[in-house]
Design a protein around this ligand. Structure first.
Ligand SMILES: C[S@@+](CC[C@H](N)C(=O)[O-])C[C@H]1O[C@@H](n2cnc3c(N)ncnc32)[C@H](O)[C@@H]1O
Ligand SMILES: Nc1nc2[nH]cc(C(=O)O)c2c(=O)[nH]1
Ligand code: SF4
Ligand SMILES: [Mg+2]
Length: 209
């Protein structure tokens, strides 16, 4: 029997903070029912992170990928969203393969700060000023979702947009606590730069998970 450290290193067991069936609130898939798998552990340290409780991996119980997928398969939707914490801290190969075997479309929410892994159908890359992305993420990103907290974030967004692939969707999302101030700036920016669009955290307006 392999020990827990080895199982985590191989991506066979993962620290699971929570898993829940909800509506994808953000980004290109906004409005779609989806099963969220939130892995514990993040070393990025965003000051405005809305899930700081996730940061410490050791706090969360280890679950085998079989346990995680069995639970997911009990809900009607066949869209899974892997998030965190920072899910790319782990080898997502086993979890994503098993989800796909069970018929799921598998989407990822990531800061791109760790090497890419897994069989993903859609990658939402949300770069952070607090830790540099791994350069390998740019070619994998289907969606670039930049959080706007301060006006300097527009230049940060343009810098990352220059590095993603041609087909990558470019979105700006207000940081939740600053939404009242930054939403107007985002509207003006998008009207001037129509290749960008707005992403709102609609689940927070709907008061659902
Ligand atoms: C909690 S993160 C987890 C996944 C990964 N660590 C990441 O940052 O992409 C999920 C998404 O929420 C966004 N997010 C986190 N805190 C936010 C906030 N206060 N306002 C708006 N978006 C936020 C992140 O940028 C990311 O796109
Ligand atoms: N409904 C809902 N949609 C989301 N989209 C991305 C989320 C995340 O925290 O990764 C999230 C979340 O926490 N809830
Ligand atoms: S990378 Fe994601 S989970 Fe980590 S601190 Fe930033 S927003 Fe939170
Ligand atoms: Mg969230």
């Amino acid at each position: 029997m392999e020990d827990n450290k080895t199982l985590v290193r191989k991506g066979l067991s993962l620290p699971l903070m929570e898993a829940f069936y909800t509506i994808q609130g953000e980004g290109v898939f906004s409005g779609r029912p989806a099963y969220f798998i939130r892995l514990g552990g993040c070393d990025v340290g965003c000051v405005w992170c809305d899930v700081k409780a996730s940061w410490e991996a050791e706090k969360w119980p280890l679950k085998t990928v079989e346990e995680i997928v069995e639970e997911a398969a009990g809900f009607p939707a066949r869209l899974a969203v892997i998030t965190g914490g920072e899910p790319l801290m782990y080898d997502l190969g086993p979890l994503t393969s098993l989800l796909k075997e069970k018929g799921f479309t598998v989407n990822l929410e990531t800061s791109g700060t760790h090497p890419f892994s897994g069989a993903l159908d859609w990658v939402c890359f949300s770069p952070k000023k607090f830790k540099q992305p791994d350069p390998g993420i740019y070619a994998r990103a289907d969606e670039l979702k930049v959080i706007v907290y301060h006006r300097s974030d527009f230049d940060f967004a343009l810098k990352h947009a220059a590095l993603v692939g041609r087909g990558c969707h470019k979105l700006l999302q207000p940081e939740w606590s600053k939404a009242a101030e930054v939403t107007d700036m985002i509207i003006k920016f998008v009207k001037k730069h129509p290749e960008w669009r707005i992403s709102l955290q609609t689940h927070k307006y709907m008061e659902i998970p």
